[in-house]
Design a binder for this molecule. Sequence first.
Ligand code: FAD
Length: 301
Amino acid sequence: MLYDCAIIGGGPAGLNAALVLGRARRKVLLFDDNGARGLVTRESHGFLTRDGIQPREFRRFAQEELGKYPSVSLVFEQVLHADRKGAVFALATNSGFTAASRTLILAAGFREVLPSIPGIREFYGRSLFNCPYCDGWELRDKPLVLVSDGPHLIGMTKLLYNWSRDLLLCTNGWSGLTARQVKAFEERGIRLQTQPISALTGEEGRLEDVVFQDGMRVRREGGFVKTQWVQSAPFGYRLGCRVNGHGGFLTDARGRTSVPGVFAAGDTAVSGPTQQIIAAAEGSRAAMGVNQLLTDEDLGW
Ligand SMILES: Cc1cc2nc3c(=O)[nH]c(=O)nc-3n(C[C@H](O)[C@H](O)[C@H](O)COP(=O)(O)OP(=O)(O)OC[C@H]3O[C@@H](n4cnc5c(N)ncnc54)[C@H](O)[C@@H]3O)c2cc1C
């Protein structure tokens, strides 16, 4: 069967794209390998009517809703190939399943690389996060740590100051702050440590201490960390999609990438803040772009 659209990624972006395309009576194949970065967290916040939901629960609800639309099929496998073959896209998964589609939506999200600090994985998604809009409310007024460097450190410190005044900034060895910036921190009682962190310690995901190279321990109850983002899947690069200044695939107002027939939505097309509700909205927008393209092609007017 030739599908109207293949969607790579079953997070909020891909799921919402599938919903809109299913409702538009399009034949859709959605692939997901269940490796989203956001699954480390127990509660996801800031999505109207779903504030505090577990990301896995969110996906389960969405998958159930898609069950109403018979032209949408879900394949829980990893896509290994997505190549253009003439007028269609040819896809192949890790199990050898193959399919062909007229259009493609890239929605495979990002993989996150955490700073290499012993113990950090135990806390990430439990008491250490990357986005105060997602998790700042739960950590409000608590003693917090921010592990960051460069311009991100300054911007994030200003933001976090809205949620807690008890801040410990850790540059983990980076020392590029100006005297003016250091003074601004001191004036507001914000503590700064530039020496490397040797470990994070605590119990069952709850951060308790930041331990520094010289043995000093500072009590903290949670915090935020700057992470590096890399595209989860290589298909956008392989197909020749242009990239924007944030490392996301460049899209226009209909979710179209620079490659005809290829659309992108969610984290993979990041151009600013990333959240589930933003990803879902972009998935909806890309789906409408796909449907418009197919409609124009089919009717030829
Ligand atoms: C610790 C943490 C806390 C967060 N908290 C919040 C929060 O409170 N509120 C909020 O709104 N957002 C939160 N986020 C951000 C949110 O998770 C993302 O912005 C959102 O999930 C992006 O949706 P997406 O659909 O673009 O990508 P994802 O949700 O990442 O989904 C992409 C999917 O594509 C799949 N995939 C990748 N490659 C392939 C392949 N080759 N074949 C098949 N499938 C593939 C992945 O396995 C994944 O399931 C948090 C993130 C983290 C890391």
